[in-house]
Ligand binder design. Structure first.
Ligand code: FCB
Length: 461
């Protein structure tokens, strides 16, 4: 008997199943990054301080006291990084603009900072790669935080000015397929103002609710400018979402799971798609309703061309009395070094639920999906087996959701590079590409080589 396993191509290590709609040429595959996590050059060309510079410099906030001052030094190595994207063969690259780089304290353009993004967009276009540009991936200028940050309604108007400026300045550079107002308002609002794990480090659910409202208002105020300045692009927003599952099959645990989804998903999606905050949320956070002025919800619920979903894991919930929920951590399940459970089926369940819950659900993009692991280079290679499996299984889950009628248009792996993982510093490696932070040497992990192989095969038809 021949026990040799059948040969597996490199592409097969990650590829979506045969016949998957994701294999169609028009489906967009990409990889993502964000400014503070990769750029470095924190003091160059007139860049102002951001809330993440301040937060990282505060003792005890970031693991091992690390910060993004150098990060992947992408500000200087961007050409090498774009060459890597080209080698991967991606259709699109998702990155963010650092607000503190492109505007001075008086709100005037900082041309030296803006030029960086012009070069980046032109460089992408030269390599045949489209751009998904995010305006806000958490690096608020510190001077705005000094005036209250997202707790101050004024910040929403400053954000709209910034969106207007950038979409005008970058017009004619590269091929911007999509503008994103915010990356993960949930994290910016809750982790930043609700529990203090992220910059600016404030902790009060009432503040989180008000910050969320101003973030969403900023999104609504920015959309008309983006549409006017970039009529050929799609305009939308990106939310981090996770399904919640009842730990036990009881009404109380099902209620806990539903309350979790309200706080994790509906807090962001209901205002955007239904024009109202979910009333149940204020059961959980009593008395925390934000101040909403007439007209705000109409701005927030304007139609968007797409919704980006960042998907990583799920939550399992137990009730601990009325409106009190607890996360359950089951020991015998696969996890990543973030301690997040690997649960690909959650992506299918989540997308199908969105399709049921929101009659006006716009087309979806998976704008982030990926995992962190302890990757190291051995003999010039990084065999990230867990990541290869993770990607393959999540591609399959996305594919099943599409087969059942969910309109998903593209998929971006988080992340292109190992980078500064916020409060966890450089310890958590999410990259398709390994970065040696001492030497800035980049090494494509096996997942990256497999992704490239799959994209090559698909392009060849
Ligand atoms: C998301 C963030 C992204 C990265 C991943 C792991 O919440 O958008 O910057 O940190 O998680």
């Amino acid at each position: 008997m021949d026990l040799t396993p059948p040969p597996v191509s490199l592409a097969d290590l990650v590829a979506p199943p045969a016949g998957s709609p994701m294999r169609r040429r028009e489906f967009i595959f990409g990889a993502g990054t964000s400014s503070y996590q990769i750029e470095g050059a924190a003091h160059e060309d007139g860049r102002l301080e951001s809330i993440w510079d301040r937060f990282s410099a505060t003792p005890g906030k970031v693991l091992r006291g690390e910060d993004g001052a150098v990060a992947c030094d992408h500000y200087h190595r961007w050409q090498e990084d774009l060459d890597i994207l080209q080698r991967l063969g991606v259709d699109a690259y998702r990155f963010s603009i650092a607000w503190p780089r492109v505007m001075d304290q008086g709100g005037q353009p900082n041309e030296r900072g803006i030029d960086f993004y012009k070069r980046l967009l032109d460089g992408l276009a030269e390599r045949g790669i489209r751009a998904f540009v995010t305006l806000y991936h958490w690096d608020l200028p510190q001077h705005l935080e000094d005036r209250g940050g997202w707790l101050n309604r004024e910040t929403a108007y400053r954000f709209a000015d910034y969106a207007d400026l950038m979409s005008r300045k970058l017009a004619g550079h590269g091929d911007v397929a999509a503008w994103t107002t915010h990356n993960e308002p949930w994290c910016a609002a809750y982790l930043g103002y609700g529990d203090g794990h992220h910059a600016p480090g404030l902790a009060n659910p009432r503040w989180a609710a008000q910050a969320m409202h101003h973030l969403l208002l900023g999104h609504g105020l920015a959309l008309p400018a983006l549409r006017a300045n970039a009529p050929g692009a799609q305009h939308g927003i990106v939310a981090n979402c996770a399904p919640g599952y009842a730990d036990r099959d009881t009404a109380a645990d099902r209620d806990a799971a539903s309350l979790f989804e309200t706080y994790q998903n509906r807090w962001v999606l209901d205002p955007l798609l239904k024009g109202e905050y979910p009333a149940e949320l204020w059961r959980y956070w009593k008395g925390c309703e934000p101040l909403v002025l007439p007209g705000d919800m109409e701005l927030i619920r304007q139609p968007i061309d797409y919704l980006g979903i960042n998907f990583y894991s799920r939550a399992v919930l137990r009730s601990q009395g009325p409106d009190t929920i607890a996360w359950v951590r089951h020991p015998d399940v696969e996890r990543t070094t973030m301690d997040w459970e690997v649960y690909p089926q959650g992506m299918q369940d989540l997308f199908e639920a969105f399709k049921r819950d929101y009659a006006n659900l716009p087309p979806l993009y998976v704008t982030e999906n990926g995992m962190s692991s302890h990757d190291s280079v051995a003999h010039g290679e990084v065999d990230d087996v867990q990541r290869q499996n993770y990607i393959k299984q999540h591609f399959a889950a996305c594919s099943r959701a599409m087969d059942s009628g969910v309109d998903v248009r593209g998929y971006f792996i988080w992340s292109l590079l190992d980078n500064f993982e916020w409060a966890f510093g450089y310890e958590r490696r999410f990259g398709l590409v390994h970065v040696d932070f001492e030497t800035q040497q980049r090494t494509l992990k096996r997942s990256a080589l497999a992704y490239a192989d799959f994209l090559r095969e698909r392009a060849a038809g």
